[in-house]
Design a binder for this molecule. Sequence first.
Ligand code: HEM
Length: 434
Amino acid sequence: MTDHATSSVTHPSAPSGSGHNAGAAYAGCPVSPEAVPLSGIAYQQSPAVVYQEMRRLHGPVAPVLLDGGIPAWLVLGYPELSYVTAHDDLFARDSRRWNQWENIPADWPLLPFVGYQPSVLFTEGAEHQRRSGVISAALEEVDQFELGVNCRRIADELIDGFVGSGEAELMSAYAHPVPMRAAVEMCGMAAGNTDTDDLVSDLRTSLDASEGEDPVAAYVRVQERIQRLVKDKRAQPGPDVASRMLTNSAGLTDDEVVQDLISVIAAAQQPTANWICNTLRLLLTDDRFALNVSGGRVSVGQALNEVLWMDTPTQNFIGRWAVRDTQLGGRRIKAGDCVVLGLAAANTDPQIWPQGDLGAEGNGAHLSFSNGEHRCPYPAPLLADVIARTAVETLLERLPDVVLAIEAEELVWRPSVWMRGLTSLPVEFTPSVQ
Ligand code: HEM
């Protein structure tokens, strides 16, 4: 999951008190009793091994169990995933057609990701093209040079905050805030005021709450803040993404722009943060990437691309829902079945790397930004590349002798089946004055 989802979701049947019942979930469902739970510690530390085993046992489309034993299909094969994402007439995005809603409790942990929202994420056909077209048109006018300059300033400010101490935890102090600040500024919020800082913090809480934080309350504040932004930009448009979405001739309502702006900002944050983090981890732990200022800079592009193949931030994404009975990878898929996009598994499909040599240098044919109608919309991947590349290069330039503060084997991956990222990335370097 890109963690693109938010908490503003509806449960189509929302039966009060309908607790989970795995037996009921299987009833009438084609998913076999050998279905693999899509969770667990093996996933956390080495998902590639889990995918390999699933592929061996089940082929390119594996029966899996989501949280609470809810059945779904995980698409592991590159050709099969390309097919699913290219055929939105057959595998569509509106989750209200799911045949499992009666088994989903109201407090199901994945509800924020699959519960229908009236945003670009869940629209289909002409309506999706209208909404997605407005986003692409607004993003296309982002000046990539200016974005790079802004990211450099944001990165410098964050590094200034810890450069004197000789140590930092880069996930919270750097990898998360760089894309978040870049995204809210791109959408038209002034940099560096407490209002923007509060939004950045609330967005993080609503997407990835720590213990004791209330993601729903944080999301309500995010919504209120974006509603105010939309009202202000309606009154006085500026050279920013929010204003361009409002003035687009497609005539989106204010509510639609609020929904889609939140989708854009949330979509930009988690995957880009984990792309930065996973690239820094690769550079800091792999001997092939010599870490000095010149060596590091030369290999940053290569490391960013290798991460998209080997440790892609959105390792799995829910999803698509079958429009009618069909077949996929030798499986019978029933109308309303949930299909999870196994982006990481597809990228490492032995069918496309027959020699077992994942020599990904310069090859951009991975599925990390998905594919088809609902793929990460052009030019978002290019903007994400500017943000991630600037963040990584600036850090290497400012902290030329940065090293991990713990052994590489001690790094802990987040216990998420959806996002591939570390819980923390502690580093050390020679302290310096700003
Ligand atoms: C500036 C940064 C980014 C922006 C503004 C952005 C924006 C978006 C938006 C608006 C969507 C929804 C598309 C739709 O449903 O029609 C989306 C989907 C997606 N994005 Fe991004 N994104 C960004 C960065 C990334 C990164 C870094 C990755 C991973 C490497 C990524 C992977 C995806 C994936 C896998 C989807 C789901 C596509 C699907 O349903 O098939 N995005 N993104």
